[in-house]
Design a protein around this ligand. Structure first.
Ligand SMILES: Nc1ncnc2c1ncn2[C@@H]1O[C@H](COP(=O)(O)OP(=O)(O)OP(=O)(O)O)[C@@H](O)[C@H]1O
Ligand SMILES: [Mg+2]
Length: 288
C-alpha cells in the first residue's frame, strides 16, 4: 500500500471487531441478509447528500464481492486492491461517480479479502484514517452478514445504518446482526432503514418489534451475567423506502435512481432520509 507505513498502526485488539470508530463521520450501510438494497441505498443516498452540498465519499467495503461499480456504471482501472498492493496511490483510486460524489471501488472475486487477515485489517484501517478527514461524510457499502471483514468495517464507523426488508428472513438476520453488534462491539445505537416496504408504517412497526425482542434479550443477559452487564441498545428508525419498479429499472440501466427518476416514490423517500441523516448524524449541531 502506498500510504505511510513509517508509523505502524498499533492494534491492541486481536479480534479486530471491537468498536473503534475512525475520527469523522462514517456511516456503514449494512444488513443481515444479502440483496436487501445496501448498494442501491448507499449510491443514491450519496447522490442526495451531494445535492445538499456535502462532500461525500462512498467506499465499496464489500471487499470480496464488490458491485458498486455495476450500479454506478463505472469501469474502474484502479481499485482498492491496487492501493492495498501499492500499485496505485489513494488519490488515483478515488473516482468521480455520476451523482457528483467520490467513490473508491473494490475488485470483485478477490478471495484474499474474504478473510480478515492482519494485512487486510491494517491496510483498511490506514486507508480509512487517511481518507475520512477529507470528506463531510463517508458511506461504507458493506457486505451482508456478520463475517469478520464486515464486522471490522462496522467497527470503524461512527454510525451503522442497517437496511432490512419486511420479509421474515431479513428480519431474523437483522436481529442476529444487531445482537452481535450489541454484544461484541458494545454499540449502543443502530439506525434502521426499511427498504422495499409495502405499507406506510412498516418501518416504525418493525423497529419497535425488533427493539422489544432486543430488550428482552438484554434483560435476560443482564440477569444471567451479574457484574458484566450488557448495555442496552437503541434502534432508531430513519425511514422507509417503498417497493418501486423505478428502482429495478434504474439498476437495469445502471443509472442512479436520483438522476433518472428523482420524483419516483423511492427517489423521494431516499431524499427525505438523506435530509434526516444530515439533521441527526452529519450536521446535528446546525439543527438543534
Ligand atoms: N425499493 C426497492 N424497490 C424495488 N426493488 C428494489 C428496491 N431496493 C432494491 N431493489 C432491488 O434489489 C436489488 C438488490 O439491491 P442491492 O444490490 O442494492 O442489494 P445489496 O443489499 O447491496 O446486495 P448484496 O448483499 O448482494 O450486496 C436491486 O438490484 C433492485 O433490483
Ligand atoms: Mg451490495
Amino acid at each position: 500500500m502506498t500510504v505511510d507505513r513509517s508509523q505502524p498502526v498499533t492494534d491492541p485488539i486481536e479480534e479486530g471487531v471491537l468498536l473503534r470508530p475512525v475520527k469523522g463521520k462514517v456511516i456503514a450501510v449494512t444488513s443481515g441478509k444479502g440483496g436487501v438494497g445496501k448498494t442501491f441505498v448507499s449510491a443514491n443516498l450519496a447522490a442526495a447528500l451531494t445535492r445538499r452540498g456535502l462532500k461525500v465519499l462512498v467506499l465499496d467495503a464489500d471487499l470480496g464481492l464488490a458491485n458498486l461499480d455495476v450500479v454506478l456504471n463505472l469501469y474502474p482501472k484502479l481499485t482498492l486492491h491496487d492501493v492495498f498492493t501499492g500499485k496505485a496511490t489513494l488519490d488515483d483510486a478515488i473516482l468521480k461517480a455520476p451523482g457528483g460524489f467520490s467513490v473508491i471501488l473494490a475488485g470483485s472475486g478477490m478471495v484474499e479479502y474474504s478473510r480478515l487477515t492482519p494485512e487486510v485489517r491494517e491496510d483498511f484501517l490506514v486507508l480509512m484514517t487517511e481518507v475520512v478527514p477529507r470528506y463531510d461524510v463517508v458511506l461504507l457499502d458493506t457486505g451482508a452478514g456478520i463475517s469478520d471483514v464486515v464486522l471490522f468495517a462496522l467497527s470503524l464507523a461512527s454510525e451503522v445504518l442497517l437496511v432490512a426488508t419486511p420479509e421474515p428472513t431479513s428480519l431474523t438476520d437483522a436481529y442476529a446482526t444487531i445482537k452481535v453488534l450489541a454484544t461484541q462491539q458494545r454499540r449502543q445505537r443502530i439506525r434502521i432503514l426499511v427498504n422495499q416496504a409495502s405499507r406506510p408504517g412498516d418501518g416504525k412497526a418493525i423497529t419497535t418489534q425488533l427493539q422489544m425482542v432486543l430488550n428482552r434479550f438484554v434483560g435476560a443477559a443482564q440477569k444471567s451475567q451479574a457484574g458484566d452487564a450488557l448495555p442496552g441498545i437503541r434502534l432508531v428508525h430513519v425511514g422507509d423506502i417503498p417497493v418501486d419498479a423505478a428502482v429495478k429499472e434504474a439498476v437495469m440501466r445502471r443509472q442512479l435512481l436520483l438522476t433518472q427518476t428523482p420524483g419516483s416514490p423511492a427517489g423521494l423517500a431516499v431524499a427525505q432520509i438523506a435530509g434526516r441523516l444530515v439533521e441527526t448524524v452529519i450536521r446535528p449541531d446546525e439543527h438543534t
